[in-house]
Design a protein around this ligand. Structure first.
Ligand SMILES: [Zn+2]
Ligand SMILES: [Zn+2]
Length: 252
């Protein structure tokens, strides 16, 4: 039974009939966890809608109604899909799993989806061809649109604003790092900890003096450290400062 909640944005959709179980490899070691997982699996299964004519789906951020779903006849697959099928067979021959793919039932077989822009019966329908197992997002009849731009949420503007806000928050946190602290995690570098110092101007904190860019040498701070190293090397790194060197500071 597929029930829509009032504030639910979309469900998963596809052409296959609803499954009766969730494929899992292994499972939790505790009996109660296994029971919780069985309950969770029921919820996953209830979140699926099998596509049929008139189902609302999202394509390219816009709502469409399905007007036709069809198998592509085998003799009309075309080179691209034949090649994908050949690759799937090769893969199966090397790593057999389940039944050997057959053209009629293979998950990736080409399938035709004909979509009509919702509420625009005079526009030309869209003919798409894609793998049968393409995952779709299905909309309820009462779906939301952004009143400002007409896109389905999250609209491009919302995404851009969220991204900008996140960047601003990151920049603020970076600007709050006290001199001498790690530019990755922002925390103090104790004399017992290994550190990597980058000579030259501080690329992330131009307000700090030269040779102030320092990071913990530990794994936890490696992502920002390597990002800094890339930018530092792109600017010339060592070559630009023959008198300076990256000091793997240590206090053993
Ligand atoms: Zn918008
Ligand atoms: Zn750190």
């Amino acid at each position: 039974m597929t029930r829509w909640y009032p504030r639910e944005h979309c469900k998963r959709g596809g052409i296959h009939p609803p499954r009766t179980s969730v494929n899992r490899i292994g499972g939790p070691s505790s009996a109660m966890r296994r029971q919780e997982q069985r309950i969770h699996d029921k919820e996953i299964l209830a979140n699926y809608v099998q596509l049929k004519p008139n189902t609302l789906v999202i394509w390219d951020r816009q709502p469409y109604r399905i007007i036709e779903l069809a198998e592509r006849p085998h003799d009309l697959w075309g080179d691209k899909h034949e090649m994908r099928y050949a690759t799937a067979l090769e893969h199966w021959d090397r790593y057999p799993h389940g039944e050997r793919p057959e053209k009629a039932t293979w998950d990736g077989r080409p399938y035709v989806f004909v979509l009509q822009p919702d509420g625009k019966p005079h526009e030309k329908p869209l003919h798409l061809i894609g793998p049968a197992n393409h995952p779709w997002n299905v909309l309820p009849e009462h779906y939301m649109v952004c009143a400002s731009c007409g896109e389905l949420p999250p609209c491009r503007q919302e995404e851009a604003e969220r991204y900008a806000d996140r960047q601003a928050a990151q920049a603020e946190v970076l600007m709050d790092i006290p001199p001498g602290h790690c530019l990755g995690c922002g925390e103090h570098i104790t004399t017992r900890q290994h550190a990597t110092r980058f000579p030259g101007p501080n690329l992330w904190r131009p307000d700090l003096p030269d040779n102030s860019a320092v990071f913990h040498a530990r794994q936890e701070c490696s992502t920002p450290r390597e990002k800094y190293r890339e930018q530092w090397e792109a600017r010339g790194g060592m070559n630009e400062q023959p008198n300076l060197f990256a000091d793997e500071e240590s206090d053993r």
